[in-house]
Design a protein around this ligand. Sequence first.
Ligand SMILES: [Zn+2]
Length: 202
Amino acid sequence: MLPIARGIYGGLVNITRNSRGALHTASAFRCKAETSTADAESPEADGEDNSSSSAPDPKDRSKVIPVETSMRYLKSAAYKQTYGEDFVWTQYRRNHKGMYAPRKTRKTCIRQNRISTGNPCPICRDEYLVLDYRNTELLEQFISPHSGDVLSYSKTGLCQKTHLRLMVAVQQARDSGYLTYDVPFREYDYSEYYGQEQKQKA
Ligand SMILES: [Zn+2]
């Protein structure tokens, strides 16, 4: 029994050694190839390195996206694929302890040009959604079709800072004519007014 066992064990050891050795050499070769190519490319790769190192960080918000890009994004296929026919905030859900959400949303999602939370609000999470008075397609998603008012942050889940920026952008858009709005209609009883004037004349 013993010699057979030894034989099997020895064979196994050999196999593992061989496979390990082979793997090791293969990985070493890959490493060598990578280092050699990296060495060859390193003088040119400086510019690319900066872009590639900033791209993998999904929480970085230091890049300023122009409004025109955001407006094109809202009409693009990428936007359709992400949100479909829904509003930007429809699928968003707040995280909170207990059954009831806190009355106010968080103060801000972005601190020092970086997302500081795991569940950023609908506008902060997508860096191509730029709040601006010209970006009416985005602003209209936050305006109630029934009352014409800006929807509450308790419904949309926006952080306080972004909600304030939204209010400012909507007001600017209304002031500059990008968004139309209705003035509340009042009915006056003109007969009373004319009646008084005629009385004064007479
Ligand atoms: Zn936010």
